[in-house]
Write a protein that binds this ligand. Structure first.
Ligand code: BTN
Length: 253
């Protein structure tokens, strides 16, 4: 589209009417050798996937359901950084276009007034510890109305339209997300994770908050979120002043 001013992200966009999950479609394309920045978009997903085996509600025409092929050159241990980079890109795009101050809840939920407006699912295909490719899945509730939410999501989910008070043009938002993705990827390639971590911390609603989480070993921990470590893990400081690294899972604010 004319709206896309990026060099690599979104140079190829595959638009589907209905699909099971754009993650699956992007994966097939990546297997066939599609380049970094290839995007798959769908009007609706019949079985959209969320993190930790959850479902992602993807009603027709109401949101942005998209997957982007990434071809990182770093080892697998660095992929959490890409998740955080994607969260920063989407958060900045939402703020730029709507003026609504979305915040990031670690690792990658975007919240407005405590409700989730967007989620990111980063999946990696590996071979002998090498990353062959990653698929960054982005779901954004754009123009859902209150009555579009099923009962179980009605108190936890929200849309940009509900929060901003006006319809958002999905095509423009997609273009801005891809622009942010490209800019941040460039910054990341040139200067490493540090500047991305700083942007993330500034947009985060998790920082300096008291949180409950679990470590890579599944041990429950409680403390104050104090920042990201160089790998992209969340650092929590307990009441005893001990610093603990949280690698995966969900946190409760
Ligand atoms: C989460 O918060 O649990 C992550 C949700 C990710 C949803 C997006 S929508 C586009 C892509 N295709 C999927 O099936 N999932 C991701």
């Amino acid at each position: 589209s004319d709206l896309v001013t990026t060099q690599s992200f979104g140079q190829r966009i595959i638009v589907l009417d209905s699909t099971v999950s754009t993650q699956q479609d992007a994966m097939s394309l990546a297997e066939e050798g599609a380049p970094e920045g290839t995007v798959v978009l769908a009007e609706e997903q019949t079985a959209g996937r969320g993190r930790q085996g959850r479902k992602w509600y993807s009603p027709r025409g109401k949101g942005i359901w998209m997957s982007i092929i990434l071809r990182p050159t770093q080892p697998l241990a660095f992929t959490p950084q890409l998740t955080l980079l994607t969260g920063v890109a989407v958060c900045r795009a939402i703020r730029r276009l709507t003026g609504v101050e979305a915040g990031i809840k670690w690792p990658n939920d975007l919240l407005i007034h405590g409700r989730k407006v967007s989620g990111i699912l980063l999946e990696s295909a590996t071979e002998d510890q090498r990353v062959r490719y990653c698929i960054a899945g982005i779901g954004i509730d754009v123009n859902l109305n209150v009555e579009d939410y099923p009962e179980e999501l009605s108190h936890v989910g929200t849309s940009l339209k509900i929060e901003a008070g006006f319809e958002i043009d999905r095509t423009t938002l997609i273009a801005v997300v891809l622009e942010e993705m490209e800019q941040l990827s460039k910054l990341y390639a040139e200067q490493g994770f540090q500047p991305i971590a700083m942007l993330w911390e500034a947009l985060s609603v998790t920082m300096n908050r008291s949180v409950r989480a679990h470590t890579g070993q599944g041990v429950a921990v409680e403390g104050t979120a104090v920042g990201l470590d160089p790998s992209g893990a969340l650092m929590i400081e307990t009441d005893l002043g001990e610093r603990i690294q949280v690698i995966s899972g969900d946190i409760q604010l």
